[in-house]
Structure formats: structure tokens, C-alpha cells
Design a protein around this ligand. Structure first.
Ligand code: SAH
Length: 230
């Protein structure tokens, strides 16, 4: 975990550090907020505390990196709100820590990096090549070696690498694509926002053979799951 501590990153700008807003104090405040809002898993809180979220967004926004908000990352996309990342991570690892996790929607790479600190390997798929390139560069700089990424339409999952112990969608569709359900192991867990804009719900499914246990959790707001490549 020491590789995630602040001082090691040459990419963190002096101004961002100087402002004190990307400091440990700002991160601790974020952790208090997450706790107050119901995130209880200490494994998740520890990873979020040590993850340099300011490196996953544009430098101009770095001062806001440890606010509990989604922020723009360009190309009409957003880095998810820390609470949502924490919640989805907690839901994915609650039963047991999955070895192989598929993420649809790499975006900034933040959710993938948080997961990679907790699970065996993260497989992440993004349809916008430019975002994927940036995220890959960041994974390299942060020396995160257990993330594999692919430029593709996540609606088809990553068939050659499946099945996965857990799947997480970070973009919302009206339903979960069938191909993704087929790439989940028996006993696996799938977490996704589903529903039309303004009415999305965070849902967790657990697969038990052909039966799917469904839990409707809470209202959320994600960018849409699109088709094709960006
Ligand atoms: N997990 C990201 C959240 C990014 S927002 C983070 O932590 O920053 C959701 C992302 O899903 C966007 O980058 C968007 O381009 C991507 N996306 C939307 N539809 C997709 C699809 N069909 N396949 C792959 N990625 C998709």
C-alpha cells in the first residue's frame, strides 16, 4: 500500500499539494463523510483513504478531488462519486473477496484502481479510447499491475477472459446486458445501476445456478451505458 502514499507521485503537482486540499486532512474528512453516510467496511475505507483521487482528474479540478462528488473527466464522462465507488466496492466484496472482477466503464480508472487494491485481478472495458489511454498511463505510474484493460463495447463483456467472480457496471442501462450475466460464475455477484436517467437504482444480483437473487438498494445517478465504440 505504500506505493499509494502521497509523496511517491511525481505527477501530483506542487500547487495541488501546496493548496493542502489534496492533503491527508482532506482525505480523512472524506472518510468521515463516507462513514456517516453508511460505508462501514474498513477495507474499503482504508483503500479510499490512501488512493490519490486527485491524479485521476484534471489538474484544474484537483482541489475538489476529495469532495464527495462526481467530477467531469472530459468527453462527457465523469469520475464516480467516492460514496458510490465505496458502496459498489463494499457490495462486491461483502460475501467473499472475488479473485477476478470485470468492470464495464473504465472512465478515469479510479474504481478499477480501488478494486485492484482489494481483489486478485481487475478486467476493465472502456469504449472511449482516449479515456482508456489516460487510465492505462495512470495505472503504470501508480505501479498497479493487476488491472487488464480493453478498448471495446462493454455490452459484450470480455468473453475470452470470462467467467468472472464479480462484475460491476459503472454506467447505467435499462437492463443488464445478457452477455454479462452469462460471464458471471455460479455464486458470483453483479452490481449495477439500472433504469432510465433520473430513475436509476443500484442493484446487486447474486447468481445461484439459474436463480438470481436480486436486491434493489438505492437511487443513484450514472452516465448512460452506450453501445458501440466511442
Ligand atoms: N468507473 C469510472 C466511471 C466512469 S463513467 C471511474 O471510476 O471513473 C462511466 C464510463 O463508462 C464512461 O467512461 C463511459 O465512456 C463508459 N461506457 C459507457 N458505455 C460503455 C460501454 N458500452 N462499454 C464500455 N464503456 C462504456
Amino acid at each position: 500500500m505504500s506505493a499509494l502514499s502521497d509523496g511517491l507521485f511525481g505527477t501530483a503537482t506542487a500547487s495541488a499539494r501546496g493548496a493542502g486540499l489534496t492533503s491527508q486532512r482532506a482525505r480523512d474528512r472524506l472518510i468521515s463523510t463516507l462513514r456517516e453516510d453508511g460505508i462501514a467496511d474498513p477495507r474499503v475505507l482504508d483503500v479510499i483513504r490512501s488512493m490519490p483521487r486527485h491524479l485521476f482528474i484534471d489538474e484544474a479540478l484537483a482541489a475538489r478531488a476529495y469532495e464527495n462528488n462526481a467530477l467531469p473527466i472530459g468527453l462527457g464522462q465523469t469520475i464516480s462519486q467516492p460514496w458510490v465507488v465505496a458502496r459498489m466496492t463494499e457490495l462486491l466484496i461483502a460475501d467473499r473477496v472475488p479473485d477476478r472482477v470485470l468492470e464495464i466503464g473504465t472512465g478515469s480508472g479510479y474504481q478499477a484502481a480501488v478494486l485492484a487494491a482489494l481483489v486478485g485481478t481487475v478486467f476493465t472495458v472502456e469504449r472511449i479510447e482516449e479515456l482508456l489511454r489516460k487510465a492505462r498511463r495512470l495505472f503504470r505510474n501508480l505501479k498497479i499491475e493487476n488491472i487488464r484493460s480493453r478498448h471495446d463495447d462493454g455490452n459484450i463483456g470480455w468473453p475470452s477472459e470470462g467467467p468472472f467472480d464479480a462484475i460491476v457496471l459503472t454506467a447505467a442501462g435499462e437492463t443488464v446486458p445478457r452477455a454479462l450475466c452469462e460471464q458471471l460464475v455460479d455464486g458470483g455477484v453483479l452490481v449495477a445501476p439500472v433504469g432510465p436517467p433520473q430513475q436509476q437504482r443500484l442493484v446487486r444480483w447474486r447468481r445461484n445456478g439459474d436463480a438470481w437473487l436480486h436486491e434493489d438498494l438505492e437511487a443513484v445517478s450514472f452516465v448512460p451505458l452506450l453501445g458501440g465504440l466511442g
